[in-house]
Design a protein around this ligand. Structure first.
Ligand code: DSN
Length: 413
């Protein structure tokens, strides 16, 4: 990748970009929320559109000179609507957190009741965590997963009946089963709540039709664009027609100023890419690879929360080895695998230490990894768990990880 101008202006930053490229090239990326965008998405992210102020909506801006960004933003909106089958899409949220915040601002008043998935059970900070705006300003009840790592819908219903939320939030950051959006809608209807589905993690799977869509059921569908959807870092808030004006007002002027039109162009490109037949093949392979990884890990004697995954991710439960997620994520990094520590349900360790490591396959699938490669990755991970104190053993595992990376280089035209 050519960064000649950065090298000229700022060699210090250029060096770190080059080193980061090498890191990505030479490590196996298993952070479930990361991916490797196309060069087209990256070009748009670094284009002249970064120079433009465009507060407002397409064709109703507070600035002049928006004739091109108007068209680009409208294209992105239309592509999001068509890909996800929703009435309305606001493509301006800078992130997934802001995509969710816009819904809270529109649908709720401070102190209103919300039911969301507990963060340590696989939910997200913005689904009502006490340290986030969603937990600080709203009255939150939480649901979690049962001993099989599955959402217990009867428990969700019982909590909805007793808490009487105005908004129910479904969707997760660390959940390996299919989400039953229809069931959530039935519960929401029973208690008169609005339903928000945060599909940030599974957006690519939903777009490709390999995970059920919440669009027929949810009042609001929010997402990030950089995870399984493989676009630039950013968010989208989608909704039913009756909420469109309110959601738009919540995004701007409610929580944001000027939209990032360069990122909106990159979102448009990613949405176009996700509508192509190759993307369906990609998303199906993401799941096949996750299942091959989970099976490989279980064959090596590892525990996976909830057993076999149904989507792109899983959590390795390290409790029986007496190891922590924090230590294992560091050991994995030594052997060339990047992942993140994550709590397991009823984790005895703190969220900073944890007993689990979350693993996901969107990025390696983009590189071209197939099921056989995932079995080798599973062996490397298991080897790292068993040989975490053996320096030579870890070096050998690092060589095996590097071999896989060399077989599937990133950004080759
Ligand atoms: N923190 C992101 C993740 O890794 O899942 C979600 O925002």
């Amino acid at each position: 990748m050519d960064i000649k101008n950065i090298k000229k202006v700022d060699p210090q930053v250029a060096q770190q970009i080059e080193l980061e490229f090498e890191r990505q090239q030479n490590t196996i990326e298993l952070i479930a929320s990361e991916n490797i965008t196309s060069l087209a998405v990256m070009e748009a992210s670094g284009s002249v559109l970064t120079n433009k102020y465009a507060e407002g909506k397409p064709y109703k801006r507070f600035y002049n000179g928006c004739e091109h960004v108007d068209i680009i933003e409208e294209i992105a909106q239309e592509r999001a609507k068509s890909l996800f089958g929703v009435d309305h899409a606001n493509v301006q949220p800078h992130s997934g957190a802001q995509a969710n915040m816009a819904v809270f601002l529109y649908a709720l008043k401070p102190g209103d009741k919300v039911l969301g998935m507990d963060l340590s059970n696989g939910g997200h900070l913005t689904h009502g965590s006490p340290v986030n705006f969603s937990g600080l300003y709203f009255d939150v009840a939480s649901y979690g997963v049962n001993e099989y790592g599955e959402i217990d819908y009867d428990d969700v219903r019982a909590k909805a009946l007793s808490h009487k939320p105005k908004l129910i939030v479904c969707g997760a950051s660390n959940y390996s089963k299919i989400i039953d959006f229809k069931r959530f809608k039935e519960i929401a209807d029973e208690v008169g709540a609005l339903l928000m589905a945060d599909i940030a993690h599974i957006a690519g799977l939903v777009a490709a039709g390999v995970h059920p869509s919440p669009a027929p059921y949810a009042d609001f569908v929010t997402t990030t664009t950089h995870k399984s959807l493989r676009g630039p870092r950013g968010g989208i808030t989608m909704c039913k027609a009756e909420h469109a004006a309110g959601v738009d007002k919540a995004v701007f002027p409610g929580i944001q100023g000027g939209p990032l039109e360069h990122i909106i162009a990159a979102k448009a490109i990613a949405l176009h890419e996700a509508a192509q037949p190759e993307f369906k093949t990609y998303a199906a392979q993401v799941i096949k690879n996750a299942q091959a990884l989970a099976q490989g890990l279980m064959d090596e004697g590892m525990d996976i929360v909830g057993g076999m995954t149904q989507n792109h991710l899983m959590t390795l439960d390290l409790r029986k080895f007496g190891k922590t997620g924090k230590d294992m994520a560091n050991v994995l990094e030594q052997v060339g695998i990047t992942a993140n520590k994550n709590t397991v349900p009823n984790d005895p360790q703190s969220p900073f230490v944890t007993s689990g490591v979350r693993l996901g396959t969107p990025a390696v699938t983009t590189r071209g990894f197939k099921e056989d490669d995932m079995v080798e990755v599973a062996k490397i991970i298991a080897g790292a768990v068993f040989a975490s104190d053996n320096e030579q053993g870890l070096k050998n595992l690092r060589e095996r990880a590097l071999k896989l990376c060399k077989r599937y280089p990133i950004y080759v035209d």
